[in-house]
Design a protein around this ligand. Structure first.
Ligand code: HEC
Length: 310
């Protein structure tokens, strides 16, 4: 009876209001309860509460920006004589005239009136170089260079970035003879020079589209895999062959040897193979024991690998 009375005391809520000190006994469970609720809330909303979070709207999928590359042949693009660009000689302009006829006249017309036959259906029409108004990029030398570098693709003006920079300037010099053009400013040339390293001449690497490169890699990989599978079969079948035995005795990672050999042997010969294997056997997939082999044994091994992997 006595204990029951006590229990009732503990859960008599009315009394809590008249005598708040009675709450004291509840503090621990209430505290735990609040902690659990807060904990759950925190975990559920971690991404919003976290101090280090980035505003959601600003995170942009970087693959969105992956720009597909075009196919370009590399080479050395010769230095541009900027003094010549500033004060073009007749020779330079004539060179530009020939290039213009070959590359641009079909759209822009022999006389730069924008009336070439290939441009007849284009909208907007190819620029009439005699006309001063309505240019998209502009008539200053840096803007014309930009037009040739990047094109105005959406309007049907292609990029001519594959023409050597000096040739592009020759064409521009010729176009500038059609009408009165803004005088060439030194700053414009300096700015172009800084941006495109014109006066240095640059090595331009060849380039293929990323997608194509990926396909080639996958293709190469699967060709190599077939080669390796085939080589393992051939190796299993040959017991009497000296090369095969050398290989079996000196490697416990045949796949590595085959892969290394395929990558290595694209443009190497037997001597390079011997020196590479002797100096770095493990990297190649061989055991250290291979360093004890004589030169002629190594060259037998080379020939054997070459045969089964061809
Ligand atoms: C397939 C047709 C075509 C060919 C070929 C072509 N263009 Fe154009 N070009 C255009 C069209 C269309 C425009 C108008 C674009 C615009 O208004 O935005 C244009 C505009 C221009 C402009 C003016 C850009 C501006 O700021 O408005 C320049 C400069 C130019 N072309 C130079 C050349 C040169 C130099 C060549 C040769 C190397 C060439 N184009 C070859 C179609 C062509």
């Amino acid at each position: 009876m006595n204990t029951k009375r006590k229990l009732e005391d503990e859960i008599n809520f009315k009394e809590v209001f008249t005598n708040p000190l009675r709450m004291f006994g509840w503090i621990f469970p209430i505290f735990i309860f609040l902690l659990v609720v807060l904990g759950i809330y925190y975990v559920k909303n971690l991404s919003e509460i976290s101090f280090n979070q980035q505003p959601v709207g600003l995170i942009v999928d970087s693959t969105y920006f992956k720009k597909e590359l075009s196919t370009k042949k590399g080479g050395i693009s010769p230095a541009v004589d900027l003094a010549l660009v500033e004060k073009p000689t007749t020779d330079f302009i004539n060179k530009g005239k020939d290039l213009y006829k070959a590359n641009c006249a079909s759209c822009h017309g022999e006389n730069g009136l924008g009336n070439g036959s290939a441009g007849a259906t284009l909208n907007p029409k190819p620029r009439n170089f005699h006309n001063k108004d309505g240019w998209t990029n502009g008539r200053t030398i840096d803007m014309m260079y930009k037009t040739l570098q990047e094109g105005i693709i959406k309007n049907g003006m292609a990029a001519y970035e594959y023409l050597p920079p000096a040739d592009r300037f020759a064409i521009i010099s010729f176009i500038r003879t059609f009408a009165e053009f803004p005088a060439i400013k030194k700053e414009e040339l300096t700015q172009l020079d800084n941006q495109y390293q014109l006066s240095k001449g640059t090595v331009v690497p060849s380039q293929i589209p990323i997608k194509l490169a990926e396909e080639i890699l996958i293709e190469e990989n699967s060709v190599n895999e077939k080669k390796i599978k085939n080589a393992i079969k051939l190796l299993d079948a040959s017991n009497e062959n000296v090369g095969a035995n050398l290989l079996k005795q000196n490697s416990d990672n045949l796949k590595k040897v085959f892969t290394s050999f395929i990558n290595f042997n694209k443009n190497q010969n037997v001597d390079a193979f011997i020196s590479n294997v002797s100096s770095n056997p493990i990297n190649f997939g061989f055991k250290l024991s291979i360093t004890k082999l004589k030169k002629d044994e190594l060259s037998i091994l080379y020939t054997y690998l070459k045969t089964i992997l061809s």
